[in-house]
Ligand binder design. Structure first.
Ligand SMILES: C[S@@+](CC[C@H](N)C(=O)[O-])C[C@H]1O[C@@H](n2cnc3c(N)ncnc32)[C@H](O)[C@@H]1O
Length: 441
């Protein structure tokens, strides 16, 4: 099946054959980029949906529209033991991706120069599909989603994203302008890049389109100009369009990938005293309605970046903050795999020694709109987590040993108070998935 009109597919293929994306040197390793690895680790998506920690060993991962393979490499690094399949319509990009994974020693990876429309022909089924910065280039996103669905295992998860029409509307206007000037009839090359640059430089700095889009810091980079002013097939979408495409493909929305950065209450002066919407409290309207209000109020997100999957039926998911006493007593806690890192532990120990607050968000920052600090003395009760998962009650006992006395009354700290301190810390860190909490049977 090849549903995409061949002319537009051909233009996109040519553009990425000429300039494979991203232009990251082959030798560059994402190993130290914990933020990138966190979002490419299927543990993050599975926990977000199922509140369970998945094992990456033996999982099948598809990178659809893998480009030059930088994200496919991140998927391989973040998911030890997983099989990586990358596909892209650009042969040049696929060759680069293949070389990149081989250079970094990943043998369990295969790459194919095919279209998203044809992935079912591979005959594979996937646990996780990553389709980053691609779906907005496809003429019919609903067909693209259906294609993914046809190769997704029953409990698999898709991560994909669309350009936001409201955030990017000035760039769409610029693309219209350069289409009108004939720069996008064929694959934009050196000449078109030069005309585009000369034109924008000649426009008065105060003119709307230049003031809103032209960035002298980036304008010298071909990749930036191509990706914003001369991108073939680029389209923007709204939250209702995203949900309509999911409905048409019969897929279930799981979450925005940067969910904490879509919190509606963060846009209000007093987050604890929100105005009513549709006659009810803002917290009670549907998630889709909340996201819609967010995008109408604020245009900070270039991408509508989301996870989705097959419908899972009614699974009661009780937020950790609402756990019962009995739940807490049978719960275990572990670090997100990306924080299970000796440097992160060394930083916490340094903060404990110098009595400084520990900025846990500096390792995985895109999950939060604000830096997240914790009191390093309380954080000291987390140190056993670098040895592996722990019962929550073991962390509570450790806190009792660290702080045996109430600092005001000098009376012995009771266990209930110790539990409260630890639970508050765990609930806070779990909301960013820095810590993962599970209930044992
Ligand atoms: C902006 S790049 C993104 C590359 C990579 N996913 C990343 O985020 O680094 C878009 C890629 O999608 C590929 N692409 C576009 N339409 C496609 C389609 N219908 N099937 C397969 N690949 C496609 C392009 O060739 C290009 O390599």
């Amino acid at each position: 099946m090849n549903a995409q009109p061949s002319e537009s597919l051909e233009k996109i293929r040519q553009q990425f054959d000429t300039g494979p994306y991203p232009r990251v040197p082959l030798q560059t390793s994402p190993k130290g980029d914990l933020n990138l690895l966190y979002f490419h680790n299927l543990v993050t998506a599975y926990y977000r949906r199922n509140q369970k920690v998945a094992d990456t060993q033996g999982k099948w991962i598809l990178d659809a529209g893998c480009g030059s393979g930088h994200k496919a490499l991140a998927l391989a690094e973040a998911n030890p033991g997983a099989k990586i399949i990358g596909i892209d319509i650009s042969d040049v990009s696929v060759d680069l991706a293949r070389q990149r994974l081989a250079y970094h020693g990943f043998e369990n990876a295969e790459f194919y120069a095919i279209s998203i429309d044809d992935i079912a022909d591979l005959g594979f089924q996937f646990d996780y599909i990553n389709c980053d910065e691609v779906l907005y280039l496809i003429p019919d996103i609903h067909r693209g989603l259906q294609s993914f669905k046809s190769v997704l295992k029953s409990d698999g998860i898709i991560r994909t994203n669309l350009h936001s029409s409201s955030q990017r509307y000035t760039f769409y206007r610029a693309q219209e302008l350069f289409k009108f000037m004939g720069l996008m009839e064929d694959n934009p090359g050196e000449t078109e890049l030069e005309i585009c640059r000369d034109f924008m430089q000649a426009v008065n700095d105060s003119i709307f389109l230049k003031a809103r889009t032209w960035d002298v810091k980036h304008s010298g980079r071909d990749e930036w100009v191509l990706a914003n002013y001369l991108l073939q097939g680029d389209k923007g979408y709204s939250i209702p369009e995203m949900f309509a495409a999911l409905k048409a493909a019969d897929l279930e929305f799981v979450s925005m990938v940067n969910w904490r950065c879509w919190e509606l209450r963060d846009l209000f002066q007093d987050p604890d005293n929100l105005p009513p919407v549709f006659g009810i409290s803002l917290g009670e309207i549907s998630l889709e309605q909340q996201l819609r209000i967010f995008e109408l109020l604020e245009r900070r997100h270039r991408l509508l970046d989301f996870w989705c999957g097959h419908h899972q039926g009614d699974r009661p998911r009780v937020a950790v903050a609402d756990w019962t006493e009995a739940d807490w007593r049978r719960a275990t806690v572990q670090l997100h795999p990306q924080l299970q890192n000796s440097q992160v532990k060394a930083d916490l120990i340094d903060c404990i020694a110098s009595r400084a607050a520990w900025e846990i968000s500096k390792y995985i920052k895109d999950v939060t709109p604000h830096p997240v600090y914790i009191d390093s003395r309380v954080g000291a009760c987390l140190l056993p987590l670098w040895d592996g998962p722990q019962p929550v009650m073991a962390i509570v006992r450790r806190w009792g040993e660290i702080a045996p006395l109430d600092p005001v009354s000098l009376e012995e700290m009771d266990e209930a108070r110790a539990e409260q301190v630890v639970r508050e810390l765990l609930v806070k860190l779990e909301s960013y998935l820095y810590l993962l909490l599970e209930l044992s049977a």
